[in-house]
Design a protein around this ligand. Sequence first.
Ligand code: MN
Length: 722
Amino acid sequence: MQEAITVEKLIERMRQYNPNVDISSVVRAYEHCKKAHSAQTRNSGEPFYIHPLEVAYILAEMELDTESVIAGLLHDVIEDTSVNYDDLKQEFGENVAALVEGVTKLEKIKYTSKEEQQVENLRKMFFAMAKDIRVILIKLADRLHNMRTMRSMTAEKQREKSRETLEVYAPLAHRLGISKIKCELEDLSLRYLDNVAFYEIAEGLNQKKSEREEYVNLIRDTLSDRMQALGINAAIEGRAKHIYSIYRKMYTQGKTLDEIYDLFAVRVIVDTVADCYTTLGMVHEQYKPIPGRFKDYIAMPKPNMYQSLHTTLIGPSGQPFEVQIRTHEMHHVAESGVAAHWKYKEGLNSSEAADEKLAWVREMLDIQSEVTDSEEFMQTLKIDLFADEVFVFTPRGDVVSLPQGATPVDFAFYIHSAVGYRMMGAKANSRIVPLDYKLQNGDIVEILTTSAVHGPSKDWLKIVKTSQARNKINSWFKKENREANIARGKESIDHELKRIGYTASDLITPHSTEQMLRRYGFNSLDDMYSAVGYGGITAAKVVMRLREQYLQAHNAPEAANAHVAQRRVKKGSGNIEVEGIDNCLIRLSRCCTPVPGDKIIGFITRGRGVSIHRADCINIAPEKLTPEMQQRMIRCSWIETEQSTAYTGELRIDCANRNGILADITAAIAASNVTLVACNARTNKDRAAAITARVEVESKQQLEELAKKIHHVPGVFEIKRI
Ligand code: MN
């Protein structure tokens, strides 16, 4: 356990980088914080004020300005106590109050496990809401201290916080170039998320510690002698790789601890850029470099402005090691990133230098804003990175990015044109808002719709911001589009009918359509086609309803059969015998996609014939069914035929996310003379990918042979039927 921080220590640390720090204001903030939180304790039982004090100390270690440190002391008072913005403004001035309020606002951003794109939007949302980069720095310090002190939380809470930290906060720290905080956040998260691996790696590193140190010392001494001979002033140190980065390498590249090159690393810090290159030349002379491992991040900085020369060499005992060469300035930036520029600096060097740093931040964060005054830059740089965007949540928690000034109507059309065409109102954060309400960052937006498609109002054209919404509204009103929509709608309905084995004349009868039109509020059949054409309703939905009508009218399943079942032979469900029932409507279930050769069983549905499942399908497992449903299970078997028929089978392929793997898999499928009907690939965090492939095969045997072939594709771990 590290020693507790006191306000005296905090001040002492601040004085190290700012001898003239306004001690009284820091003490005043500390007293204020202690008083405001006096009634609270943390989960661990210690008084609450310890937390803001530690957060302030982390900020002081980043050598940030006094306002940031004071705001760190006060960061939880608006959220947790009766103190408000005006109180803070009066006590500590507008800047501190704004910082605290900014941190409080970020609390609104709730995280639930998300896809990559969503997480990226979530990170952008942080920037958009923070307005001042210092707000994010305080938030990172807050999260860091919370992560350090999670021991008394439930395991579930620990994992939840760790996942959020790994996906949102550590990448934020990385984006801002603050590698020190990024690494600590990652290691703390890993400890809770994969405890076993964490300690395995820590233990492994520990065992090799003395071996490593000896080796590094040997290299250091050699380099040190050569540097001296060259007359270059250099600090040489061994470098420890953090556990999480080792973990990632081990698990994504399937390496063991011994196979990771840069476990052994030496960092050389010199005075000038010229010295960096001279040193590089000397190092390459001394040891044999491994080809392809040299990287010049000085000429080509990383997006977060990290600069260094990296090279990997063969060491004295044949063990490879990495050397990083950089200047002191680069080193500071590598550790502290953007914080390096919020550092307190007594009397800014020159406005020129500050401008250069501003350019640095702007480039790093991809900003184009115009801030010229350097004082203003240091004190109150506002981050308008995403000034032209607003980030809001769907009720499900997905983040949607829209242009600044967008309204609920834009949101509705962003979600789906069908939502827009049915929209009658909107809520933001559970309160009804007018349709021309300007969405705010962090709003949870919900669109109220009617079941009938009534179409948009012309007035909406005046309040929408996105061209997507404008185009959809316009197309609704464009008469000439109607013909095209009707044609397109007809086409998709025909296509859908064909897919399920019917023709238009089967299902589109005056009787069946009458109900349909009434139900959705269409005036004519053409209205219905047109709605399908512009996407107001899907063809699948229309066809499903039509088929229901049809089956009801024909008293299905028994009556409907003869011609349906016959037609279905070609579609791959007719070669099945259902015990005791002739000539019934048979459907292969989509959940388990049985193919000839599989053990199968039937389930008599209500009005949709018999659905055929694989005997081991989890959806018909006895424990999932009521006794009444179990009664409806019926024995089935495949009938041997000469006729070749295509059946749909589905495979799930777990594989490494390497370049070209999808192409290799589809090539394997094509080489097996199997038709690929659909394919869906997703990648996950561990750099692995899950691919589902729907194929047409004639038998289980053919599907199994295909699976074997795919398994031979390099990088495929596992392959299963769905
Ligand atoms: Mn806090």
